[in-house]
Design a protein around this ligand. Structure first.
Ligand code: ADP
Ligand code: MG
Length: 414
């Protein structure tokens, strides 16, 4: 009996032990489960936060790509547009993505580039000219993206605009062509006269004098051309370095008028100067400012009506768009005037109106190009107005130099 009881007891004990062990295990397990659950929640929160950060970063990046001034496209391996930033949508009139590229772009150089980059699996490059409106030039890069499980994007097509570079190169080439042409004319003349002097006119003293006179003229013309070209080049080289001298415009203009008095006299002209500016200092470069007003007055003498008066006026004004306090210098002359069609072209290098070419051959057509560049370098503005058969006026606006600190002090102490 005892044995049975004992056995029963042991059994119970064993049972009890196992039961409690199971209970404990269950309890532990549940606790672990709870911990795991809260861990899980924490992990979930962490992942969520991470995902949000990633999404924000991605959004920021997408926004940057979207606002990039250069067109950008991504394609899948079947040439379907996946993304197109704003510049690309505008350039190619893309109103919908997830459509074949060829629906919007027909340029063979681009379609070939896509095809080749994908089939050869390597980066390609090409040039593309868009002629929908004004001619625009682009360098196009086709960048292959290795296959990834989470993205269909296989190709990035990135455009970078080279229009400004092309234009600069073209302007440069035009300049060289024009300069060569302008120099060749007097040079051909000179060579012709030299040959005549060596040959037919060898012993003719009268002809020699006459030809030498013309040769002198032609050599002077070439010198003027070279001088103007050098001046223009010098200003262009410094275009982005703002001048810093304080220059008194009244004094500068007085000096220029004096230097041109003889020339004006030869055409029975007079320069009247009205100075109305109270604070006439500008931040400038004396040499360039001299060139500006010398060129404008020289033109007024050359193209104005003989015997008339040239009016020069120095006044205060404000310079748009910021309405900075400025000096306005107006050069006004009477004469034949300028055809309105010619006005916007006057500041082009070597541009001379037909009337000017007929009237005088002392010009180079570079004067107003020098004026425009020098005014730009001074952060000023040039305005031209002209009435046919009436008054022609050139106005130069130049920002007034800020009052120097030492002068403010002097003024407040006085
Ligand atoms: N005051 C003016 N009256 C009429 N035409 C002018 C005047 N100033 C300039 N022009 C025109 O602008 C052209 C360009 O001027 P500019 O560059 O100084 O060259 P140019 O060497 O012929 O003087 C001139 O050839 C002329 O046709
Ligand atoms: Mg001139």
């Amino acid at each position: 009996m005892v044995k049975i009881i004992q056995e029963q007891g042991v059994l119970d004990l064993i049972l009890a032990f196992f039961t409690s062990a199971a209970l404990t295990t269950a309890l532990v397990f549940r606790r672990r489960m709870k911990a795991a659950e809260s861990n899980h929640t924490r992990e979930k929160d962490r992942l969520k936060a991470e995902l949000e950060t990633l999404e924000q970063r991605l959004e920021a990046r997408t926004a940057i790509l979207e606002l990039l001034p250069d067109p950008l496209l991504t394609l899948d391996e079947r040439f379907t547009i996946i993304r197109a930033n704003r510049a690309a949508r505008e350039l190619f009139d893309i109103d919908q993505v997830e459509k074949p590229l060829s629906r919007f772009i027909r340029a063979p150089e681009i379609l070939d580039g896509v095809q080749q980059a994908l089939s050869r699996n390597r980066r390609m490059e090409t040039e593309y000219v868009n002629r929908d409106g004004n001619e625009r030039f682009f360098r196009v890069l086709f960048e292959v993206i290795p296959p990834q499980t989470y993205s269909r994007t296989r190709l990035l097509v990135a455009f970078s605009e080279t229009t400004a570079l092309k234009q600069a190169a073209r302007t440069n080439a035009d300049f060289v062509a024009n300069a060569s042409h302008e120099l060749r004319t007097p040079l051909t003349g000179l060579l012709g006269f030299i040959e005549t002097l060596q040959g037919a006119a060898k012993n003719d003293a009268g002809a020699r004098e006459h030809f030498l006179g013309i040769m002198h003229e032609q050599a002077l013309r070439m010198t003027r051309l070279v001088q103007d070209m050098l001046q223009l080049q010098k200003i262009e080289r410094n275009l982005h370095a703002a001048p810093s001298e304080r220059v008194n415009l009244s004094a500068l203009l007085d000096k220029i008028i004096e230097s041109l008095a003889i020339k004006a006299d030869q055409r029975q002209m007079r320069i009247s100067f009205r100075d109305r500016l109270k604070t006439p200092d500008v931040l400038g470069d004396t040499e360039e400012l001299t060139q500006i007003f010398q060129n404008l007055l020289d033109n007024a003498i050359k193209y104005g009506a003989a015997g008339s008066t040239i009016e020069l006026e120095l006044d205060s004004a404000s310079l748009p768009p910021k309405n900075l306090p400025a000096a306005a210098v107006r050069v006004r002359n009477e004469g034949e005037g300028i055809d309105p069609e010619d006005v916007p072209r006057l500041t082009e290098r070597f541009y001379r109106t037909k009337a000017a070419r007929e009237k005088s051959d002392s010009g180079t057509g570079l004067g107003l190009a020098i004026v425009k560049n020098a005014v730009n370098r001074h952060q000023g503005k040039l305005e031209i107005s002209s009435a046919m058969g009436g008054v022609t006026q050139f106005t130069v606006y130049l920002p007034i130099a800020p009052v120097a600190a030492s002068r403010v002090q002097e003024a407040s102490q006085a």
